[in-house]
Write a protein that binds this ligand. Sequence first.
Ligand SMILES: [Zn+2]
Length: 248
Amino acid sequence: MSNGKASQISRNPRLTALNIQPYNTVHVITVSKEDYLKAILEAESEGETVISATLAHWLKVSPPAVTMAVRRLKKDGLVRVQADGQVTLSATGRRIARKLTLRHHLIERMLSELFGMEWWKVHDEAERLEHAVSPDFESKLLAKLGAGGACPHGNLSELESPASRRRRGLVLLADAEPERTYVVSGIYERDRHLLEFLEARGVRPGAKLSLIERNYDKTLSIRTAARTMVLGRPAADRVWVSPVPSRF
Ligand SMILES: [Zn+2]
């Protein structure tokens, strides 16, 4: 779905030209090799087949920039590119990506647990800081915070597939059953707008909510401790919840 969209953009000469002008974007960011490797791992864990267009969409960079980066990563032995264009991580590439996701996880926990930073802010901060973590600092963080545990978004340090979350008994809020109570377990953390939207509505990790009903327009009427609200699929598809055992 997103692939189609990205290739549409790449066929539009005007948009492609805009995309390769970094100063036309609001946030000028440097996308490093590490970011590419992590994006591949993350997209895989979300169940996506990774091709160049996936990465362009995921990292918000232009298709020509992705082509160049993938070529470099391949030369460095960090990724493999299959005949059909699928990009996969080599063992070394995977090791680097895993290291980075662990550091991301530790930084998020540090910011939240040690400094009290708001849960919806820590992802962006960790995206920047994770690149600066030395092995020494990493082991200090591990000693202080402990291995395992969930990040402030409720996600584990080992990226999890939807299938693995389902095996843990989690369901997507979009698939919740009416009149049952759930606890918010994990939230897709890469979208700051989504996090702020949910925070404003009291939908945050650990919050209790129940589905009142499914509406004709495919929105969900939800009740939290503070209020009732209507949530659309784009948000409800990004929130994992855990059923609270019924008392009856
Ligand atoms: Zn997180």
